[in-house]
Ligand binder design. Sequence first.
Ligand code: MG
Ligand code: MG
Length: 265
Amino acid sequence: MIIYKTDEEIELLRHSNLIVSKTHAEVAKHIRPGIQTLALDKIAEEFIRDNNAIPGFKGYRGFPFTLCMSVNEEVVHGFPTKRELKSGDILSIDCGTIANGFYGDSAYTYAVGEIAPKVKKLLQVTKEALYKGIEQAKVGNRMGDISSAIQEHSQGRHGFGVVQEMVGHGVGRELHEKPEVPNYGRRNTGVKLKKGLVIAIEPMINLGKRHIEQMEDGWTIVTKDRKPSAHFEHTIAIVGEKADILSTFRYTEESIKKNKELTEV
Ligand code: MG
Ligand code: MG
């Protein structure tokens, strides 16, 4: 069952997603070669709690941390660790919060130090693909319009691998609600997009082939060919002709601009 949100509920979702977005911005101030991703996780948890919210992922189906931290060939659901980042790494951070009973969910892939041009292209294309999908997120369209726009841009136009096993989702009082939001599909197929639908759109795009596997920790997803993967995610509301984007990259991109240890993409 799809749960459509009222205008009031969308405002609550906006608030939770704003905390997620500002958490990204806070963490982005501290990303640099030499830092452990576990240290970034602590910064995020403190920031979220200081903002009267709860880390949305911690304890979710037993996930032990505040952030999902996925480095290079890790696609999603990686654990923060004592491993130190180094120049040339890409770090996908996925952050979730709960505020006033509603979830926020947004992901961004950061370029640590100087990264290879083809990897930078992967990040740019993945972010572009997210916005191509969002452009299709309007009343009267179907889910397949979002999915195919993402696939067309990242795979069709640029030849990257589109992860199929992991998908976006509805967002509300639950982190993962109906419907699924695949990053591949055909135009004019799937559920009709109606006013009040709130979804997380989250392309996971691989430099190489699309295939993935799960590590023995039971969480971390990696590319089968061990080539890098990027992940960008917004939570959006379907409201009319143009989606209402509830999370924002504005703050984190301000932090990236000021942080000399990060490359803008
Ligand atoms: Mg997420
Ligand atoms: Mg999500």
